[in-house]
Structure formats: structure tokens, C-alpha cells
Design a protein around this ligand. Structure first.
Ligand code: APR
Length: 308
């Protein structure tokens, strides 16, 4: 039997993700939204691209959670995107309600699924999804690190004129202004970037990475990024569905790792058929650990505001 993936929220991120998933041709995909007819229309449009692109994924749109039943993976993208001038944190209360309602329905219909949370503010929304679902932490994962790292890798590759495939990097911490791009561990084909780029330029690139989401929001004028975010979710789904055991930065509920307890923070994690199969603990310098702690405190503040 084919695997089943449901995507909640058929907006920019959700529908772009459904297109990418359909093109993978490894699962049937259900797209849910509260707006009547809209997910059905988008799903049909994506389905009708199948003969041209060459996939047989069955893509359906719905306003009924029953159609998402027994999904292997559910991706939650429903919520309000950031508007210009708005920080991710402003979105907190608005999206808290949506994510908790959605999670309840998801769990009712797919009690064994793995949930990937995309809605911002990411770490806080992952925490809400974990709390509401009652799932073990292995099965509730936040998507942020792959995206932040992709931005970092893009800028590094541009700076040195290298292929993005040769750039390895990690961005840790919360998905916000306090994220921690680990410049020390960033390499181009194994060569540390400190040997290729000046310290000042590295700092500028780190800052541009931290502001990566806001840079797109400002340019778009309305809405927020969706091409790179949906691609980043795809990489996580690939590793889970195909049990590839790839290591990538994800928001994971930490229980002692990195000295952080009971909080979603971005760390390198190994993803496989069981979800988060391992949290990778990289040895951090005192300065990096301090930055990570600061980032974790920012997430903790949001969690407190949400009343968890
Ligand atoms: N249940 C299901 N869908 C909902 C609900 C709900 N309770 N509330 C809103 N939605 C749907 C909206 O109808 C809309 O179609 O969520 C969709 C969100 O889509 P967009 O507004 O296009 O936002 P998008 O750009 O896709 O971003 C979604 O991902 O990256 C994050 O910050 C971003 O939190 C935002 C989320």
C-alpha cells in the first residue's frame, strides 16, 4: 500500500509542499483547509499535472479531517503568515489556537502519524502540538533548521563561488532572531569557511541568515517565504518515509541534551521511519553554548506566554 501524507493548510507553503510531494511519487497526498473548495481546486490542479510530469500520486483536497485518516505523516502549515513589520513572535497567540485545534483533529484521525510542524513561531507551535497530541517527542518535529541552514548555505556558496552541494553547515537554536548559525563548523568541500572568507564577511552572512525570513517578507510585501520552506519539509519527509536516517537540524523537544530541558530548540537530529531517531550532541564552545542558551530562553518566554 502507498504511504499517505496529509498537509494541513493549503496556503502557499502547504500547496507548494503538496506539489513537491506529488512529484516525489512515493505517497498519496491529502491537502486540508478550512476554506471551502480551495484545497479541492488546488489538489485537482496538481493531480492534473501528473500525466505531464509523470507521477501517479493521488492528490486530493478536503475540508473534512476524516479524509486525512491513517496518514503516516501529517504536516501542519495552517496559520497566519507574518506581515511586514511583524515579528514571528507577534503571531504567537493567533497561531497557538489554530495549531492546537488542528492537532486535536490530526491525532483523532491519525493516532500513529509523525507530525511535522511548520507554522510560526515554529518552536512554540511544535511545543503546542506535542502538548496537545500527547505523542512521544520522536513523533512531533519542527521544521526550521533545514530552512535556516539552506539560507546560510546559499549565502556561503554565493560568497565563495562554490556549489551549494559542497557547503555543509548547521544552524542551531530557535527559529527566530536568536538562531545560532555555527560558522565554526561550516565547510566548503571540507575546508572551514574561516580559511575562505574574512571574519567580518562571515559575521555579515550570519546576520543575513538570522534575518533571512524577514528579508523575504519585506520583498514580497505580503505573505512570507514558501519555496525554500516547502523544500525543507520535503527533505525531512524523504528521510522519514524512505528511512534514510539523514542528519539535519530540526526543532526537537530536548530532555537534557545541550543542557536544555522540556523545550523545543533546533539541534541536529537523525530522522528515520520512527521520526527523530537520535539527537546529535555536537560539542559547542562556551560562546556557542551561551548563544544557544539565549536562543532557548527566547523560546521559553513564548512557551510561558502560551501558558504551558
Ligand atoms: N485549519 C486549517 N487551515 C487553516 C486554519 C485552520 N484552523 N486556519 C487557517 N488555515 C489555513 C488558511 O486558510 C490558509 O489557506 O492556513 C493556510 C495558511 O496559508 P497562507 O496564509 O498562504 O500562509 P503560508 O505562507 O502557507 O504560511 C503558513 O507557515 O512558514 C509558516 O509563517 C508561516 O505560519 C505560517 C505558515
Amino acid at each position: 500500500m502507498r504511504s499517505k501524507i496529509s498537509v494541513i493548510g493549503a496556503g502557499f507553503v502547504g500547496s507548494t509542499l503538496v506539489q513537491r510531494l506529488a512529484e516525489r511519487d512515493y505517497a498519496d497526498v491529502v491537502m486540508f483547509d478550512i476554506v471551502p473548495n480551495m484545497p479541492q481546486g488546488k489538489a485537482l490542479d496538481i493531480l492534473e499535472a501528473g500525466p505531464v510530469i509523470g507521477y501517479d500520486s493521488l492528490v486530493t483536497g478536503t475540508n473534512d479531517y476524516a479524509d486525512t485518516a491513517n496518514s503516516d505523516i501529517v504536516v501542519i502549515t495552517s496559520g497566519f503568515p507574518r506581515k511586514p513589520g511583524m515579528t514571528r513572535d507577534d503571531l504567537l497567540k493567533k497561531n497557538q489556537e489554530i495549531v492546537s485545534q488542528v492537532t486535536e483533529q490530526v491525532v483523532k484521525n491519525s493516532p500513529n502519524c509523525i507530525i511535522i510542524v511548520v507554522t510560526n513561531p515554529l518552536d512554540a507551535m511544535a511545543q503546542i502540538a506535542l502538548h496537545t497530541s500527547g505523542f512521544p517527542r520522536e513523533r512531533v518535529i519542527g521544521m526550521a533548521g533545514v530552512l535556516d541552514t539552506a539560507r546560510f548555505r546559499t549565502f556561503i556558496a554565493q560568497e565563495v563561488g562554490a556549489s551549494v552541494r559542497d557547503v555543509q553547515a548547521y544552524v542551531l537554536g530557535g527559529h527566530g532572531d536568536t538562531m545560532v548559525p555555527l560558522a565554526r563548523m561550516c565547510t566548503v568541500a571540507g575546508v572551514p569557511i574561516s580559511q575562505l572568507i574574512s571574519a567580518q564577511r562571515i559575521e555579515e552572512i550570519v546576520q543575513r541568515t538570522r534575518d533571512g525570513g524577514a528579508e523575504i517578507v519585506k520583498l514580497l510585501g505580503t505573505g512570507s517565504a514558501y519555496f525554500a520552506p516547502s523544500a525543507s519539509v520535503l527533505q525531512m519527509v524523504d528521510s522519514i518515509l524512505l528511512d534514510k536516517k539523514m542528519i539535519m537540524p530540526c526543532a526537537v523537544y530536548l530532555q537534557g541534551e545541550y543542557g536544555i530541558n522540556n523545550l523545543y530548540v533546533g539541534v541536529p537530529a537523525q530522522l528515520g521511519a520512527r521520526g527523530v531517531e537520535k539527537v546529535i550532541e555536537v560539542t559547542l564552545s562556551a560562546e556557542e553554548q551561551a548563544l544557544l542558551n539565549k536562543s532557548a530562553s527566547a523560546v521559553q518566554e513564548l512557551v510561558k506566554v502560551m501558558g504551558l
